[in-house]
Design a protein around this ligand. Structure first.
Ligand code: GDP
Ligand code: ZN
Length: 315
């Protein structure tokens, strides 16, 4: 039988079959997918093949195959073991809730999220929430930001989780897809998920900041079916969407607007800092690349991760 993993406890996996029935499954044998070694070989979102075994009145599934993944998001534990934990697999869309204030979401945080999504090969969408709250000046700023990110190629939607404005557009992007929601605490994740589907009680929004800092405490993801034909993967781990380690030389690859330009740099290993005849610096001068994006690029390049982390965990 074939199915999708909806929940995992580490030793048991809840799998929904293509027929729509749920089975409690164990795994058989050793799996190593895509050459990564992780604490959990099977993750929520995985497409698996399993056999059903009946012993007495007990029915148990045994997973014997994992289909190759479109993508997956991981967390490296910060304790000594440095083990990789696969948080979830086969994510179609990662939404980031952005608020201009209450709480502020800085562009460096947005960019870090987008770069991570690019590195994971997950489509990212920015939701500018609480548009019912803002005055004209603030709305102009949001429009400017949305235009900036749209130009790069990201979908941006101004929404109000409170009034329901444009929530239909969010649902349209979720249709028949697997989504995750991220954003600072207070940006409106639970309010939005609630207006999308009542009675869904997600951890994403709930987990305490304190708890999240203890990253070695393993938190398992869970997938939910929504009534209009969509799935949400709920996991406290993707609040800040994880932190990927990216090589300095590779970083520019995850800025889509850098991509074509950097072929024109004099040096093919150009880091776009002080090198002569750098097409990225030229584009910056000509305002073809936004300063805020370049600033984020430099910050990540220089490893100023601390600000980012504080950003994530800040209440
Ligand atoms: P979470 O921490 O991301 O889950 O954020 P919540 O959903 O708990 O929302 C935080 C606060 O913002 C709550 O008081 C919500 O009522 C409020 N809120 C959420 N979305 C909106 C919105 O679109 N407009 C307004 N005015 N308030 C909102
Ligand atoms: Zn360059």
């Amino acid at each position: 039988m074939k199915g999708t993993v909806y929940k995992s406890t580490g030793s048991w996996y809840t799998v929904k079959s293509q027929q729509g029935d749920f089975y409690q499954c164990r795994i058989k044998g050793k799996f190593r997918i895509g050459g990564i070694k992780s604490t959990n070989p099977v993750a929520v979102g995985d497409h698996v093949a399993f056999k059903v075994e009946t012993k007495g009145d007990e029915t148990v599934g045994v997973i014997h195959k994992i289909e190759s993944r479109d993508n997956y998001i991981i967390r490296k534990s910060v304790n000594l073991s440095k083990q990789t934990h696969i948080i979830a697999a086969n994510i179609d869309v990662a939404f980031l809730l952005v608020t201009f204030n209450n709480p502020p979401t800085f562009t460096t945080f947005i960019d870090r999220f987008l770069i991570t999504a690019e590195a994971y090969h997950v489509k990212a969408v920015l939701l500018f929430n609480k548009i019912d709250l803002y005055n004209e000046d603030e709305l102009l700023e949001i429009k400017y930001l949305a235009a900036l990110y749209r130009e790069i190629g990201y979908d941006c939607i101004g929404i109000s989780a409170k009034t329901g404005k444009n929530v239909d557009k969010v649902k349209a992007l979720m249709q028949d897809k697997v989504s995750v929601f991220s954003g600072h605490s207070g940006t409106g994740k639970s309010t939005l998920v609630n207006i999308i589907e009542a009675n869904l009680d997600l951890k994403t929004a709930k987990i305490s900041e304190q708890h999240q800092q203890g990253q070695h405490t393993t938190t398992f993801a869970e997938m939910y079916d929504l009534s209009f034909g969509a799935q949400i993967i709920d996991t406290p781990g993707i609040r800040g969407f994880g932190v990927v380690e990216i090589d300095k030389e590779e970083l520019g690859d995850y800025f889509p607007e850098f991509f074509e330009l950097k072929q024109e740099c004099k040096f093919n290993n150009c880091l776009h800092i002080n090198e002569p005849q750098c097409a990225i610096k030229d584009a910056l001068e000509n305002q073809e690349i936004a300063w805020s994006r370049y600033k984020s690029y430099l910050q990540i390049l220089e490893g100023e991760d601390d600000g980012y982390r504080k950003d994530i965990y800040k209440k």
